[in-house]
Design a protein around this ligand. Structure first.
Ligand SMILES: C[S@@+](CC[C@H](N)C(=O)[O-])C[C@H]1O[C@@H](n2cnc3c(N)ncnc32)[C@H](O)[C@@H]1O
Length: 253
């Protein structure tokens, strides 16, 4: 996945994220739903994790995991520059064992979509379940939850400008296999950095687990209680999962 090897460009391309606001919401969810006082946080597929940087700033113990070493090195450097400590580990989130235990786990920005089979989803849930303290929360920022047409993103493009840097982002999703819920995600970054032009293209297979498939996997893992789908802005509990919901699970006590 080539774009993830360009952490600075990736971070700027997706810099519409408001981490302080997100962490305020996470703290509200923890207060309401966690059976323990969350002190340690794990971000899987963390990328440049503005969320961990914000959490570390608030004094929490933070660990980020990713398959891409460039992302992890970038995150460590950013933390160091801000006098913060964030631990990192190169780990595949579909199957991992962690000696450390955490109070809160998260997977942001639709990253869950890269888990492209039921077998991997189950293995992922078991891995997360084993490294979470009982009563701790697992929050998934879930972009794709149903396969109906209105839940598909239409192609999007946006422009990010900094002093010597311009990034034009193209994002699109095409249906690959409707029955299996498989799609192809294409991200294109056209970068102009100090007058030099670069083009980065990434295509990945992603999967939409229907709400029923997802709930079945949670049940089969025997690790979590399902707490609900929540609106990302208001934290209102949703009857049906919408695009960009927070899916909340709690490690069984
Ligand atoms: C959509 S980005 C999200 C990055 C960050 N969490 C955010 O919110 O911006 C997905 C990240 O997951 C990582 N990734 C993809 N597949 C992975 C896997 N199987 N195990 C661990 N990390 C993975 C990528 O390297 C990338 O950094």
């Amino acid at each position: 996945m080539s774009i993830y090897r360009e952490p600075l460009y990736y971070e700027l391309a997706f810099s519409f994220v408001k981490p302080a606001k997100q962490i305020d919401l996470f703290e509200k969810l923890i207060k309401k739903y966690s059976a323990l006082k969350a002190k340690s946080f794990l971000d899987m597929g963390c990328g440049p994790s503005p969320q961990l940087l914000e959490l570390a700033k608030r004094g929490y113990a933070c660990t980020g995991t990713d398959l891409c070493p460039d992302m992890l090195a970038y995150l460590v450097k950013k933390a160091k520059d801000k006098n913060l400590t964030i631990k990192t580990k190169k780990t595949d989130f579909t199957d991992f064992i962690s000696k450390e235990k955490y109070d809160f786990a998260m997977m942001m920005m639709g990253t869950i979509g890269y888990i492209d089979s039921g077998k991997k989803l189950l293995s992922h849930l078991k891995s997360v379940g084993k490294c979470l303290n009982p009563g701790g929360l697992y929050l998934i920022e879930n972009f794709r939850t149903t396969r109906s047409r209105e839940h598909l993103f239409s192609p999007q493009t946006w422009l990010v400008k900094r002093k010597y840097l311009t990034i034009r982002v193209f994002y699109k999703i095409d249906i690959k296999d409707r029955l299996q819920g498989l799609e192809t995600e294409t991200i294109l970054l056209e970068v102009e950095d100090h007058g030099k032009k670069y083009l980065f293209k990434q295509q990945a297979s992603i999967k939409i687990f229907s709400p029923l498939e997802f709930l079945e996997a949670i049940k089969e893992s025997k690790m979590f209680d399902f707490l609900g789908w929540f609106n990302r802005e208001t934290l209102r509990s949703l009857e049906k999962p919408k695009i960009g919901n927070y899916t909340l699970l709690r490690r069984k006590l």
